[in-house]
Design a protein around this ligand. Sequence first.
Ligand code: GDP
Ligand code: MG
Length: 438
Amino acid sequence: MPQATAIQVPKQRQRALLVGVFVDGATAKDEFEASLDELEALADTAGAIVVGRVVQRRREIDPAFFVGRGKAEQIAEECDRSNIDLVIFDHELSPAQARNLEQVVKRRVIDRTELILDIFARRARTKQAKLQVELARLEYELPRLRHMWTHLSRTEGAPGVRGGPGEQQLELDRRRAYRKIAELQRQLREINKRVELRIQRRMDLFTVALVGYTNVGKSTLMNALTKAGVYVEDKLFATLDATTRVLVLKHGQKVLLTDTVGFINKLPPQLIASFHATLAEVRYADLLLHVADVTHPRMEEQVRVVEQTLIDIGASGKPTIMVLNKSDLLPPEVDREALRKRFCDACIVSALTGEGLEELKERIEAEYRRQRQTGAEAILPLSCGWLIRWVYEHASVLSEEVSDGLLRMNLLIEKPLAAKLQSMCEDSCDGARLIIKG
Ligand code: GDP
Ligand code: MG
């Protein structure tokens, strides 16, 4: 039967076998399964077809083959039987383990990190993202140079074992890699400097960053809130480059909304390091929207991974609104109030149908006000026309009334502007007053 499917499959899609090792006491059973499911989704995103899974239970990892030698031979047989091009381990393999496994299995053997690096390489769009991915890949490959494969995206449909290069060649390759890494780091520093400058220049603008596990609907939410036309796909890591758009709130306040790359469990450290600049968007943000997929069976774990990643990149402790997305898929019997309470007073929304988005915008506005604005009451003589015009231009007027030649206005105003208006009232217009309410 597998032969029949193989004929219909386009030649360039590699047939992959997943391998997971369940170490006694190290992980919970369902966590182990979920990790393999995620690996399958990652393989699919990378364009491979997952043909099967091999699972082994061990007391400890085999230093030479990760799985035992016998199991490696079984994997080799399974590869022959099912016409496998590529074996993907759900664990980080040491360079030696990968090499030993490839010798037995006679196929390309990669680990989770390499798979994720491959996806990032395919998805990078901007110069910055491309440099970041290339750097991460070189750093990953350097210790593995002895047995390096040309990259997945360049060898589509052409799997096979490559002979090891001679020692001299290896030294040359290593030196070339070091030089290339230094060059990439230099280029990235240049770009990062520009990015930091850009971020600093707009410091006066309130910035909201969307963070969350991959595929929870961040880009869709960004589109729904700003009609931005950001690329959305049911694939892991559709967005690698931070995209920023203006979001206008109800009282005319303009804030910046930034979409970011999604986080994932066991995100390769090389990637975190090289995506430093992209993640700067998150570090500098005034408010985070932590988006979660409320229909995902592992939502709580994904939320924890995101929180840990935020700590790792130095962005924890920021004001955060928890957003539970995809509410359109919630069964009616689910108690939304309980859900909301369980996740820090979360906002329950559907980026697809628009449910809850108004409330979310109000919550963003409330946070904006708390950080940046103050309530105030201005009492201005109607004769101070220029001052009244200034107030209309620089503040949101919530209500107003006229009595005895005085205009009384309830305002929302930026904190620095409130101080300015106060001194303008005192200095330049008889009888004008501003009472700041805090
Ligand atoms: P990201 O990786 O977090 O940016 O996720 P995307 O915005 O790319 O969306 C991932 C998938 O979830 C896409 O197939 C979206 O159409 C889908 N999606 C996003 N928001 C919703 C929602 O509110 N309801 C439903 N049913 N699907 C959604
Ligand atoms: Mg996205």
